[in-house]
Design a protein around this ligand. Structure first.
Ligand code: ADP
Ligand code: MG
Length: 360
């Protein structure tokens, strides 16, 4: 049997470009070479796509493209989807593949946009589709569907950049009446804690709103809670399963960008929680996954207080995927090895594609 051609795509324009390179290197290393032929496309920070890139090399040389690298584009022809060079160069093969494995985090990778392109091109891919990606990226809309599904979320206010620029006083009043300090101010559509500020007093609110508004038109102001950070991994399409919970012990005041990727935050798997709380978390994790219409994979993040009161924080539809990341670690602790996890994700991607593309 010929091997299945899996095309891993990574990098991208988001602030999580580097994290994506590390995740992709782990995925490529762990994919079963007996089963799969691996092809790659790297997306530069400027959004150009290059064939046959090694993510580790890009990580080391800061994404430098050499004159030998071939810029490519995905042909949107469902009868013959393939990559072709954008200029006179040739590719080493025919540019065809059986499935795309996007290992991209953040905007334009995890938010449904690139998934829309894959849909138009008519190709199977790993993970959530357009709606799941989009809802999983927008913290304001995500909370709306969580609330509708009866999930517990922290009180919050959503404001637009336009209001921040023109009417900051009314925002201040609303925050003072509806929330209490500390609050967390976040751009609605981003990840990796970029643009997020913990605000402990009124005088710091304006600055935090301006920072968040520099990243997005929409800003979410959330009630801060004193709680443990608990995460569960979910896998599946129509009948998703959740893992045991894991706990993050941030090495800083909150789980900011540095705590996530530079300093030494700790993961505790499984998290020490009451059995009843664990069951509730697993039930909520599946409800969250289904509420945003996720497929394939998702990591659901919670806040759990000292009295084990639970709040859903967010879902990440393309969570960090290095071999030391929470998502694969949680599956390992639940009995699914990293290479087997990749097999299942590929099967789920193909299954979803065939289910949605039945022609009679
Ligand atoms: N409402 C909150 N209460 C307490 N801590 C919070 C709250 N919101 C965010 N945080 C802290 O900030 C981190 C990043 O926020 P999060 O909403 O998860 O954004 P991102 O999508 O960038 O991961 C969280 O992991 C947590 O440490
Ligand atoms: Mg988070």
């Amino acid at each position: 049997m010929p091997k299945m051609k899996v095309l891993v795509i990574f990098g991208g324009e988001s602030g999580e470009h580097e994290v994506s390179l590390v995740s992709a290197a782990s995925v490529i290393q762990a994919l079963d070479k007996e089963k799969y032929e691996i092809l790659t496309v790297g997306i530069t920070k400027k959004g150009q796509w290059y064939w046959g890139i090694d993510p580790q090399t890009w990580k080391l040389n800061n994404g430098t493209v050499s004159s030998h690298d071939v810029q490519v584009t995905l042909v949107t022809d469902p009868a013959n989807p393939r990559f072709i060079p954008v200029s006179g160069n040739t590719l080493p093969g025919d540019g065809k593949f059986d499935l795309i494995f996007p290992v991209l985090h953040g905007p334009k990778g995890e938010d449904g946009t690139i998934q829309g392109l894959f849909e138009i091109a008519g190709v199977p891919y790993v993970g959530s589709g357009v709606l799941g990606g989009a809802l999983g990226m927008d913290k304001d809309r995500m909370k709306a569907v969580f609330a509708q599904a009866g999930l517990p979320i922290v009180p919050h206010i959503t404001v637009l950049k336009n209001q921040i620029d023109n009417d900051p006083d009314s925002i201040r009043t609303k925050v003072m009446t509806e929330l209490s300090f500390p609050v967390f101010v976040k751009p609605a559509n981003l990840g990796s804690s970029v643009g997020i500020t913990k605000v402990s007093r009124e005088s710091d609110l304006g600055q935090a709103l301006k920072l968040a508004a520099a990243y997005d038109d929409k800003v979410v102001i959330e009630q801060g809670v004193k709680a443990r950070e608990i995460e569960l991994a979910v896998l599946g399409n129509e009948t998703p399963q959740a893992t045991v919970p894991g706990e993050i012990i941030p090495c800083k005041e909150f789980y900011d960008y540095e705590a996530k990727y530079i300093d030494d935050s700790k993961l505790i798997i499984p998290a020490q929680l009451n059995k009843k709380t664990v069951n509730k978390l697993q039930e909520y994790a599946v409800t969250v996954f289904q509420a945003v219409d996720a497929s394939g994979l998702g990591r659901v993040d919670f806040f759990v207080t000292d009295t084990e009161e639970i709040f859903v924080n967010e879902i990440n539809t393309l969570p960090g995927f290095t071999n030391i990341s929470m998502y694969p670690k949680l599956w390992e602790a639940t009995g699914v090895s990293y290479p087997e996890l990749l097999n299942r994700l590929i099967r789920l991607g193909l299954e979803r594609f065939h289910r949605l593309n039945v022609t009679d």
